[in-house]
Design a protein around this ligand. Structure first.
Ligand code: MN3
Length: 201
């Protein structure tokens, strides 16, 4: 079974004005599609065929750069589309809110920490909110690396991620990455993040 590009759960224009339709279309139909087909090419005929993406990422240190970059790209974007929604924004509630308060002090302090991690990731990469040893942590990774990989300095189960590659924001925000990060918070689907937290436990 080859990996498949997931269908977006909303239209390309659904996240406007925070993320524009053209960016979403190119990001999903070109970038994510590219990672998906290159991942399939990279694992075709190898022992990785038939493994889940999580299994592949957990042993990424023994794989080629092609599997690493495209496997990460495939997984990261699947998560990214899922944690955004046209009905997103606001603040988390329930257990997720309590765990954020206990780990970071308050939602505002979490937002500052996460935004700084995203803004200061040098070059291309991602910032994450992860569950690690029963606690929430914030970290960032370069390129298409992610916290499921066995050799990144940022381990855990990601429940929220933001793509800070320029292809994620440049059409609308140009060099203003912090403005894009601020806008991202208007589309975060906290119900979905809470669902991911429950699965990660
Ligand atoms: Mn991307």
């Amino acid at each position: 079974m080859a990996f498949e590009l997931p269908k977006l759960p909303y239209e390309y224009k659904a996240l406007e004005p925070h993320i524009d339709a053209k960016t979403m279309e190119i990001h999903h139909s070109k970038h994510h599609a590219g990672y998906t087909s290159k991942l399939n090419d990279a694992i075709a005929g190898t022992s990785l065929e038939g493994k889940t993406i999580e299994e592949i990422l957990a042993n990424i240190s023994s794989q080629s750069a092609g599997v690493r970059n495209n496997g990460g790209g495939f997984y990261n974007h699947c998560l990214f589309w899922e944690v955004m929604s046209p009905n997103g924004g606001g603040k988390p509630s329930g257990e997720l809110a309590e765990m954020i308060n206990s780990a970071f002090g308050s939602f505002e302090e979490f937002k500052t920490l996460f935004s700084n991690a995203a803004a200061t990731q040098f070059g291309s990469g991602w910032a994450w909110l992860c569950l690690k040893d029963g606690k929430l942590v914030v970290c960032s990774t370069p390129n298409q690396d992610n916290p499921l990989m066995d050799n990144v300095g940022c381990n855990g189960t990601p429940i929220l991620g933001i793509d800070v590659w320029e292809h994620a924001y440049y059409l609308n925000y140009q060099n203003r990455r912090p403005d894009y990060i601020e806008a991202f918070f208007n589309v975060v689907d906290w119900n979905k993040v809470a669902e991911k937290l429950n699965k990660a436990k």
